[in-house]
Design a protein around this ligand. Sequence first.
Ligand SMILES: O=c1nc[nH]c2c1ncn2[C@H]1C[C@H](O)[C@@H](COP(=O)(O)OP(=O)(O)OP(=O)(O)O)O1
Ligand SMILES: [Mg+2]
Length: 199
Amino acid sequence: MEKQTRTLVIATKNEGKLREFKAVLEPLGFSAVPVGDIDAAIAEPKETGMTFAENAALKATYYMDKTGYSCLADDSGLIVDVLHGRPGVYSARYAGPQHNDADNNAKLLAELSGVPAEKRTARYACVLVLARPGRELLTAEGTCEGIILNTPAGDNGFGYDPYFYIPEKGKTMAEMSLAEKNGLSHRGKALRKLTDLLR
Ligand SMILES: O=c1nc[nH]c2c1ncn2[C@H]1C[C@H](O)[C@@H](COP(=O)(O)OP(=O)(O)OP(=O)(O)O)O1
Ligand SMILES: [Mg+2]
């Protein structure tokens, strides 16, 4: 086991994801530095992929090329069964290019209006890709099952979390601490798989 801290540049502009990355990675001896701290002027890439895996690889490779560092990217989203998998890879842009959580949640609720609880099954999915100079890409995935509520609960987390209810826990993801969310979330699962690959 190497003892020195290994720096991973986190290739995201999302503060909520960054908090979750740091909480998992720092206790494992990684220093998680947001790409904006390396160079705040790098423009966000267009997420043109058709899958989470394509977009995660695209973001990781883009930021590695721009910074020269190993870069860890996350592409994730919400898959709602009764909506045939929407919003899926378009989760961040569901209500339009402004990329606004409140607008996205409002659109989700409108699309689910009148749909009873037992048909509101959904899952979060996360694909992580680590791009390292001169090496092959590393990929890890995670999912987390839940139900979409009609009314929000909780102030933690980000994105769709106030509406994403975990029946086994009796609460939404926005009612969980960072550690509790990471313990069961799509991102937490993918991060643990990815760090296992780095040991
Ligand atoms: O744990 C989560 N809790 C709540 N919502 C979540 C979660 N995980 C993904 N989501 C939603 C937020 C966003 O609407 C979309 C991700 O979009 P995605 O492009 O991967 O991220 P982003 O644009 O916010 O940041 P970036 O691309 O810079 O990493 O799915
Ligand atoms: Mg994005």
